[in-house]
Design a protein around this ligand. Structure first.
Ligand code: UTP
Length: 274
């Protein structure tokens, strides 16, 4: 099924990166020379996405400026991505589910992708592109196995069955305790969703942390639409956390031939990482 549109929710506060995120959006933090949001953009383009809907808010204008500048760089050159950009505002950060709901009027009743740019996925192809290939109408979320002690940071699947890299869920729970978690298969920030989710999000009450949780909408839709997890290939870095961003920077520096000499020198001196 062709998925043309992606929602980029960039309305979060990024408090784990204070003080820098008081003035710079988390999504504009850099891995070497490109901001996180650019990597998500490239992944989406490689996955066949044509329309980008940013759910933004006060203080995030540099994201719009960045993509204006990127398109200017392509002017008169071949290879420009064929895509369009729209921006809607989330007046206050009321959670990921609420951010997705803000994009409702730009989706027009067709299935769509959601990508959280702070989850950087280093993938041989395109994680969202692979998800789109496997999408068959059931809501889909990218999933990965996490250590048991980390389950309370994620939406966790209760598994009904597994076939290849597709996991059918019978339930999903946002940030469960270690004792309550039904598995250690965790959702990360890539989704392909039915537009029916907007009706559910509109009626949803705040959940964990007093926020409108996307996971709660996915749970409510299991009887009607279904929910599957997609076990993706590649490496995921949680760039919403300092450790994750640092690991992503080190990984990408190591992959870059022009920087690996610096990495080698650093690691010899410090006897670490590489
Ligand atoms: P996070 O849970 O990482 O929240 O959001 P956050 O506010 O960005 O960061 P911390 O926890 O305060 O450090 C996951 C994704 O959902 C988006 C974020 O921008 C990020 O891409 N989001 C979250 C919104 O767009 N709006 C919200 O109200 C909340």
């Amino acid at each position: 099924m062709k998925i043309r549109k992606v929602v980029f929710p960039v309305g979060g506060l990024g408090t784990r990166f204070h003080p820098i995120t008081r003035a710079i959006p988390k999504e504009m933090l850099g891995i070497i020379d490109k901001p996180l949001i650019h990597y998500a953009f490239e992944e989406a383009i490689a996955g066949g996405i044509e329309q980008f809907i940013f759910v933004t808010r006060q203080g995030k204008n540099s994201i719009e400026d960045y993509f204006d500048g990127m398109l200017l760089d392509y002017e008169g050159k071949s290879g420009a991505p064929k895509c369009s950009f729209c921006y809607v505002r989330q007046s206050e950060p009321r959670g990921l589910g609420h951010a997705v709901l803000c994009a409702k009027n730009l989706i027009n009743n067709e299935p769509f992708a959601v990508m959280c740019a702070d989850d950087f996925i280093y993938h041989p192809k395109s994680c969202i592109g692979e998800m789109i290939k496997h999408y068959d109408g059931a809501n889909m979320a990218a999933v990965m196995t996490v250590p048991r002690e980390d389950v309370s940071k994620y939406g966790i699947l209760d598994i009904e069955s597994e076939q290849g890299n597709i996991v059918k869920a019978k339930s999903v729970d946002e940030k469960p305790s270690i004792e309550a978690a039904k598995s250690n298969l965790a959702i990360v920030g890539r989704y392909v969703l039915s537009a029916d989710i907007f009706e559910v999000l509109e009626k949803l009450k705040p959940g964990v942390k007093g926020e409108i949780q996307l996971t709660d909408a996915l749970l409510e839709m299991i009887p009607s639409v279904g929910l599957v997890g997609f076990k993706f290939e590649g490496l995921r870095f949680d760039c919403g956390s300092k450790m994750g961003l640092l690991a992503a920077i080190l990984h990408m520096a190591n992959e870059d031939k022009s920087l690996s000499a610096v990495m080698d020198r650093f690691c010899r001196t410090h006897n670490t990482y590489k």
